[in-house]
Design a protein around this ligand. Sequence first.
Ligand SMILES: [Zn+2]
Length: 367
Amino acid sequence: MSSNGVRTVRPTSAGQQAALQSSRLPRPELVADNVWAIAAPIPEGSVTYTLSYVLLSSDSACFSILDPGWDSPGNLEALHRSLGLIGLTLEHLSTVVATHHHPDHLGIAATLRAMTGARVVLSREERAVLTHQLSPELRSPASYSRVLEAWGVPAARRGELTAAFARPPAFSDIEPDLLLDDGDVLDLGSHSLTALATPGHTGGHLCFADNERKLLYTGDHILPQIHSGFGLGSRPGDKPLPDYLTSLQSLQRFGGYEVLPGHEFRFRGLDARAAEICKHHLRRTQRIADLLPELGDASVWDYACRLHGAGWPRLHGFFLHAALRQTELHLELARSGLLEGLVARCPEPGTETNTGDFPSVSAGAPG
Ligand SMILES: [Zn+2]
């Protein structure tokens, strides 16, 4: 509990927490009966690893892997090494499950399927999001140029955004063997995972609940320290920010579960973290709502400059794009009249007793 009485995230793995702090890969560790956490290295970017989860059958004859991580030789080598430490080899892989399509989660799934014949499982909605993200219409420079125009991006800054956009996406097309909908139960032998539609980060993101072990796999929907963002892959007509906030609220019934996220470290304190993330985003929307009387119909660019203040000139390329996109979504919400209702429904920190073994950390983080 923090000094002001607000419950905070309570790490449940000293090893993962220490690895994160020193930018190392955590060692494989047993999380629960037949559940291992292993680290999948990410070759680029500010996040060092994805947390992948190896789910063993009770007789150890086969296993599944959730969010296997980046499609790179380094990750494949790390996977061989981690499995070896657990006493497994890839030939016993039966199923690959991904929370969403991003390359640090679904990435290496197609390679693993080609090597082992394992089936690949994704949400039906995420499959549709992936199709949209790769569509020639969305990928065309002309359509991106229209987006930059609509955002009011000054001519001098368009070149770097266009160059970032022109890079091939880090994810590729894949036809899953099994598509899941909200509430579907994925039977993995000794593990029964309930799929929970949690749109926001991407339009078809899934969390998975293991009700027997009281574990919640959250992918990038909820991380203990980082704000993973929203609207990072959606379909026309989606409302990523309201969806994201609603998805945070939807997990309140799992407040007593240990959270197994896609990055950083596992933890308890889901309610507190969900409340914190919700409030963080609504504060940003409120700041934009406060600017409406002054800026009115000004462009997304103008709102973003004011929102980010002194840090704005330091944003470049993809990060500049992401900041503009999220400002656009905050602005949409501020103008929609839905803000008050969402503030009222923001989850409150829970009151479950502290069962974590490690000291609390403040979960404030850049976003
Ligand atoms: Zn991720």
